[in-house]
Design a protein. Sequence first.
Length: 127
Amino acid sequence: MMAKAGRAAAAWRTYREVSKPGTPGLMARLRAIPRMIGAVMRGEYDGMGKSKLALMGFGVIYMISPIDLVPDFLVLIGVVDDFGVFLWLIASLLGESGRYVDWERATIQGSVQGKLDGPTPKRPRRR
């Protein structure tokens, strides 16, 4: 019962984070997931480590794998563990992709601003 409440709370926190004004929306986050994975793998994005990405990959494998920690023939318990992994995976992906979109926007903004400002003028040498 306590685990169920924890998962419900995690789902609610994810919903609030995605729907908060000024943060990337759900579709922006979903579209950013493949870019985020590529950036993490290439080492361009330091906001998420390869170990967390691997853990998320294991979560996907666990959900689609016929081998379970708790067998699905134990109807209620067997499905709950898969649902818990699913909620964790969705919450993690949406949270991380939101941070990635923010990072991506800041990076683009910084590079555009740098090009608009032009090269830094050299100061004359004092003698």
